[in-house]
Design a binder for this molecule. Structure first.
Ligand code: GLN
Ligand code: ZN
Length: 768
């Protein structure tokens, strides 16, 4: 019997969190000790079962490996790490005698415990998803430490499905890892490929034994050019890995997926091995030139990263072109669908016209099924669906609000001077005089814990149960208590705590023209955390001031400077689903102009410090070097456009949070913010010397408190971090602040942590 062919229509992955965030709720209730591990396992199994059922209802087949077995309790990279036994030594006691690690142990690596800091978190390619960075050293004892994937495949088989297990491939796994703490200088995780591959081989054999016909190994690491390993080494590792894995005697057929861009020179390398199928991202990436193969080419033509219904006829013709490269072509998504929400039909409040332009995960599965029918039965069989998608696209192009004359005229009239502020030395002097801050000024990044009461007031207001005045008073009460707390702890620059914001992007989207917001459109950001990206569908403008009232109210409560708080244009774009019918540069400038108006209004209302958050600046950086300069030019430009309307004495702050600054260090400088706060605590200030050696001369606040975990940093720990910063940065530049906002934290840990931060700062001030 010949091996089963690759399914003509499939998806790389599906949202894991559940249509009503069932997984989030189950996981958090387990963490809170309210449910047992068995209850959590049962909820997860139910979710997997209903996903399989749903995918079949949407047009995938139950028995042809088209359904990905891509569930995760927290993160797919952590899953891979735990599967291959890559457990950091500080968590060694989580490993049982037989070498396995249980679910509670798995969560502990993600969340930390006691003095054991959790694994570091960083952005997953050019997306807003964060993965946990594996730590690999000479001591890492690779072995099959979890049979979870095998059990999930067996679970599917038992209920009548032949699914396709998905795991991060070995090369990407090592490329995304960092050397463990004790690893020798110059050590690279990729040095351990020889030892890792046998574990993958064993896993493949195990998957065959539980009935998997195909396995999907995700290798997006091969498309990225932002990885610090010479390309020849990446290619050699690819060759070695897939020659070895394809030589496993009894194994599923191997499907290597390369989402997020083109494989480039890794494609012929993969093709030369004995794997059976390769996915190409034909949305971000392009058709390979001068390449042909007898392997199955799986065209990722449905955008897994965005929510537009798009050009289905164009997608089909891309598949037709792919048929010129291989006699065997199948259709899939460009990336896993876990970047998009479940279902457009689950959005009763969205206008029907807009809904007709959109496709969430379920609609995209339908599109894949349609294109698969076209591949099997010919284009004529799906002409009706192709035409309907084209008609929706035409309707979108000509709809009211998609183009606004006044917005376009203003953007067209911009000149260089709209993008520049005065000389920094003059600004510094003016700001010092205006603000009179102490050495090592302290501040927070903006949000304070979003308590149940805040959420309740917001929900009550949204549902019309309380009046606008009652809502405003509830928020003001919250602001008063946050200001009082900051004064009591002794923080120098005060924030209002952002209680009125459901989300740092959605809040602005709700107050700007050109956006729509969803009710159930959650996507996973990391672990159990989800965000609800807004939909930027039309030209953007600001009908009226947004934050001015909150900031000015806050300033009436304290003599200390209050920091106004806005989300920057790049982050608004990155964390929304953005129109794809014009260059991002144009969209970014429209958003920037709306924010510029807000910033000028804040200044006029007496707010002397304004922070414009750009945590997503690094995230949108294109994976291919050739595209990066243009990106950095427009992204930095839009930030400058937003912030250049103010006078010298107004201090512009920005906040960036992720741990890989390398490629954007120059850009951070070009933003020309007066003060930049960055994430640095988890990596123990690793980035600080780099920033310094790049010649960065303005204010910098490397985070001294990792807010991603409930752990309270000790005074000593914070003191050491401040001293580390002082070791490589001139002291007048340094600010002291947490890594990020506090909205996800509880009050007890927040108060304790901030108190420790201030105690440490005072000690360091005295010692210097
Ligand atoms: N000002 C925002 C906050 O404190 C920044 C959040 C972020 O960087 N993600 O919540
Ligand atoms: Zn942040």
């Amino acid at each position: 019997m010949s091996a089963p062919a690759f399914p003509t229509g499939s998806i790389l992955g599906y949202p894991r969190i559940g249509p009503r965030r069932e997984l989030k709720k189950a996981v958090e209730s387990f963490w809170a000790g309210k449910t047992t591990v068995d209850e959590l396992e049962a909820t997860a199994a139910e979710l997997r079962a209903s996903t399989r059922e749903r995918l079949v209802a949407l047009g995938l087949k139950a028995d042809d490996s088209s359904i990905p077995e891509a569930f995760s309790f927290y993160d797919q990279v952590l899953d891979a790490a735990v599967t291959v036994g890559a457990i950091p030594t500080r968590f060694a006691d989580l490993v049982a005698e037989d070498g396995t690690i249980d679910l509670a142990g798995y969560f502990t690596i993600a969340r930390g415990a006691g003095q054991n800091t959790p694994a570091e978190m960083t952005k997953w390619f050019d997306s807003n998803y964060h993965y946990l960075v594996p730590e690999i050293g000479p001591e890492t004892d690779f072995h099959l430490a979890s049979d979870r994937l095998l059990r999930q495949v067996a679970e599917a088989t038992t209920s009548g499905y032949t699914t396709r297990p998905v795991i991060v491939g070995p090369v990407t796994f090592l490329l995304l890892s960092k050397p463990s703490e004790g690893a020798p200088e110059g050590y690279q995780p990729l040095d351990r490929l020889d030892d890792l591959l046998p574990v993958y081989a064993e896993l493949l054999a195990g998957l065959a034994a539980v009935g998997a016909d195909w396995v999907q190994l995700d290798e997006p690491g091969l498309v990225s050019e932002s990885i610090d390993v010479p390309r020849e080494r990446v290619l050699a590792a690819t060759k070695q890995a897939y020659e070895l894995l394809s030589s496993v005697p009894i194994r599923p057929q191997i499907f290597v997926a390369a989402p997020y861009n083109s494989l480039g020179d890794a494609l012929p390398v993969l093709d030369a091995t004995a794997i059976e199928a390769i996915q190409l991202d034909l949305v971000r990436g392009s058709l390979p030139v001068g390449f042909s193969t007898t392997k199955t080419l799986v065209g990722g033509v449905i955008d897994g990263h965005n929510i537009w219904r798009g050009d289905l006829a164009g997608a089909f013709s891309t598949l037709e072109s792919l048929l010129e490269l291989s006699p065997s072509v199948a259709v899939t998504t460009s990336t896993s669908l876990f970047h998009v929400p479940h279902d457009v039909q689950d959005e009763p409040l969205l206008a029907d016209q807009l809904k007709n332009w959109l496709a969430f995960a379920d609609q995209k599965v339908g599109q894949v099924a349609t294109l698969a029918s076209g591949l099997i039965d010919g284009k004529a069989a799906i002409q009706g669906e192709l035409d309907a998608a084209s008609a929706a696209l035409d309707d979108r192009h000509s709809a009211v609000g998609v183009r606004d004359g006044a917005v376009r005229e203003r953007a067209a009239a911009l000149t260089e001077s709209d993008f520049t502020r005065g000389d920094y030395a003059a600004r510094l002097a003016a700001q010092d005089a205006a603000l009179g801050l102490p050495f090592l000024p302290t501040t927070t990044i903006g949000s304070f814990p979003q308590t149940g009461d805040i959420r309740k007031s917001r929900a009550a207001f949204a549902a019309g149960r309380i009046s606008e005045d009652e809502y405003r008073e509830a928020m003001r009460a919250e602001i008063r208590s946050v200001v009082e707390l900051q004064e009591k702890i002794g923080i120098d620059v005060i924030v209002h705590g952002e209680p009125e914001r459901n989300d740092m992007v959605q809040y602005f989207a709700e107050n700007l023209d050109g956006f729509a917001v969803t009710q159930n459109g959650w996507v996973q950001s990391y672990g159990s955390r989800c965000t609800r990206p807004s939909i930027l569908w039309g030209d953007v403008s600001r009908p009226s001031p947004i934050t001015v009232e909150w900031s000015t109210y806050t300033q009436t409560l304290t003599p200390k400077p209050v920091k106004g708080m806005l989300t920057g244009p790049v982050t608004i774009l990155a964390w929304s689903f953005v129109r794809d019918d014009q260059p991002l540069r144009d969209t970014a400038n429209q958003v920037a102009l709306a924010l510029r108006d807000e910033i000028v209004d804040l200044e006029a209302a007496g707010i002397g410090i304004i922070q414009v958050d750009e945590p997503a600046l690094r995230e949108l950086l294109p994976l291919k070097k050739k595209d990066q300069a243009d990106y950095l030019d427009w992204s930095v430009g839009s930030f400058r456009l937003a912030t250049s309307g103010v006078g010298e004495a107004t201090q512009i702050h920005t906040h960036l949070c992720y741990s890989e600054f390398g490629v954007v260090i120059d850009a951070i400088d070009k933003l020309d913010a007066d003060v930049t706060s960055i994430e640095a605590a988890r990596s123990k200030m690793e980035v600080v010397p780099d920033i310094q050696s790049s010649g960065f001369g303005r204010g910098i606040g490397p985070g001294v408190y990792d807010i991603h975990s409930p752990r309270v940093p000790s005074v000593d720990e914070v003191t050491q971090l401040i001293e580390l910063a002082l070791g490589s940065i001139p002291e007048r530049q340094i600010w002291v602040n947490p890594d990020c906002g506090l909205k996800t934290r509880g009050y007890d840990e927040t108060v304790e942590s901030l108190t420790n931060v201030i105690t440490a700062t005072r000690a360091v001030r005295e010692a210097h």
